[in-house]
Design a protein around this ligand. Structure first.
Ligand code: RUB
Length: 311
């Protein structure tokens, strides 16, 4: 039998190494891992329970610094109540299940909302591998619209390969391009549809590196730029003025033999920031909103997060 902390550390390692990746999946995996942990530990009482799940939450929180879905999911799960050990355990497990269910429902709902913008014959460009952007694409296709997708490779981790395999499985006509080909094909594109790791209080988007350059190209070509993001991708911290940390990953992901080159340093930021001026609409589960409304989404949907924080 494995120990609860080993199982939790195992999930944490899968998130860190990107075996589990994509902001939505990271959030759901963290919530489920915390639930399994809480159900399998054997603390002497409520205080020890609180301390142990607190430590477990910290382990998960440290895995990937950018995705706010991780911290929002963990905070939602950690808002359990209960005077005694068993009621606290039950409450935490209920919160985790509610988060997972809410997340899955949101992805489906965004698919419905976002797909209404897609017309028969449209060409959609997507970047990286976003389950929520793909939900829009699949819903549009399933409703009978004849669409084509252009997918970027998304170097250095090639998440675009996951995207094209999924699209191929669904029978959707797809073209794969290298990231730097976006300007060359953007005039053929009707909508850019991407996912989100974070939406900030002013409506800017933090997503896979390369997204900002695609947004610039789309803006110049007057191509619509759509973001697919559940409300738990919005960041309460940014309302307090905090900047979103951009994860820097290992140099070897970009250039495996780098240690042999003595005068070269590889820089590998995993995400970039697209200013809200370049975004036409953010499709959330509560509606398609202009990015400038992000502040309200944070206040209305994540208002509890503000409790106890000094402005
Ligand atoms: C994934 C990425 C995705 C968002 C949204 O980055 O940038 O666009 O996480 O994904 P990584 P989803 O591969 O580094 O995790 O819509 O599935 O939440």
């Amino acid at each position: 039998m494995t120990r609860p902390m080993d199982d939790l550390a195992d999930t944490a390692e899968k998130i860190r190494s990107m075996e589990i990746r994509g902001a939505a999946l990271i959030g759901r995996a963290a919530a489920s891992a915390l639930k399994e942990f809480a159900l399998s530990i054997d603390p002497a009482g409520i205080d020890e329970f609180n301390a142990q799940v607190g430590r477990a939450a910290d382990v998960l929180l440290k895995t990937r610094p950018t995705a706010v879905s991780l911290s929002n999911a963990i905070r939602m799960v950690m808002r359990y109540d209960g005077e005694d050990l068993e009621s606290a355990r039950t409450s935490l497990a209920k919160n985790a299940d509610a988060f997972v269910e809410r997340s899955l429902r949101a992805v489906e709902r965004i698919g419905e909302i976002g797909s209404r913008r897609v017309r028969d014959g449209d060409v959609i460009l997507t970047h990286c591998n976003s389950s929520v952007a793909l939900s829009i694409i699949k819903t549009a296709f399933d409703s009978g619209k004849d669409i084509k997708v252009i997918a970027t490779e998304s170097r250095p981790r090639y998440q675009g390969h996951l995207t094209i395999k999924t699209l191929d499985g669904w029978g959707i006509e797809t073209e794969l391009v290298v990231d730097s080909a976006v300007r060359s094909v953007i005039n053929e594109v009707d909508h850019v549809i991407v996912g989100a790791d974070v939406i900030t209080a002013n409506g800017s988007l933090v997503n896979k590196i390369g997204t900002a350059a695609i947004a610039l190209a789309a803006s110049e070509a007057r191509t619509s730029f759509v973001v697919a993001a559940e409300t738990y991708k919005f960041s309460p911290e940014t309302m307090m003025g905090e900047l979103v940390p951009i994860e820097e990953r290992a140099a070897e992901e970009v250039y495996p033999g780098i240690s042999e080159l003595l005068h070269v340093r590889v820089r590998n930021p995993a995400f970039d920031v697209t200013p809200h001026q370049y975004i036409d609409v953010i499709c959330t589960e509560v509606g398609a909103i202009p990015p400038e409304m992000s502040y309200l989404v944070i206040k209305e949907m994540l208002g509890w997060e503000m409790e106890g924080r000094a402005l």
